[in-house]
Design a protein around this ligand. Structure first.
Ligand code: FE2
Ligand code: FE2
Length: 168
């Protein structure tokens, strides 16, 4: 059984993963509306991964003898001034998620909930991978930002990496 506070923190994380999924699904639609098929495919796939993160937490809460609570999920942003500012928002969002996981882990450790601490290690590695992935896109976007052909190149890159990697 989880403490009330840890259960609440995990439920908040369920909501944040839901939000991430919705945010990326909305970005997928935005990319599609701009004719960016690679970006649309990449974020559609990423949206599903965020749902997997949510289910993992949802099951953990229930399996621990507590009840997972689905709260109100905020609306994600619907449009962006350009591709670069969209990717920048995504990167900032992933950094925020990492911060939330760190806060959760710190709390578990100081309150001796080693089971949840152990469970959350998966999220530590996952956030490391996600920040690396998005930072890579951000860096490339910055490099080609002022070039006319830049967005086309970035879109090709996203199309390639989202087809090469097996879903996780
Ligand atoms: Fe996630
Ligand atoms: Fe994420």
């Amino acid at each position: 059984m989880l403490s009330e506070k840890i259960s609440k923190m995990l439920n908040d994380q369920v909501n944040l993963e839901f939000y991430s999924s919705n945010m990326y699904l909305q970005i997928s639609a935005w990319c599609s509306s701009k004719g960016l098929e690679g970006g649309s495919h990449f974020f559609y796939k990423h949206s599903k991964e965020e749902l997997d993160h949510m289910y993992k937490l949802f099951n953990y809460i229930n399996d621990s003898g507590n009840i997972a609570i689905i709260g109100k999920i905020e609306e994600p942003p619907k449009s962006f001034s350009d591709f670069y500012s969209m990717i920048e928002k995504v990167y900032k969002h992933e950094q925020h998620v990492t911060k939330q996981i760190t806060t959760l882990i710190d709390y578990c450790l100081s309150n001796k909930d080693y089971t949840t601490f152990n469970f959350l290690q998966w999220y530590v590695s996952e956030q490391h991978e996600e920040e690396k992935l998005i930072k890579g896109i951000l860096d490339k976007s910055l490099m080609v930002q002022k070039e006319h052909i830049g967005i086309y190149m970035i879109d090709k890159y996203l199309s390639k990496i989202s087809r090469d990697t097996t879903s996780s």
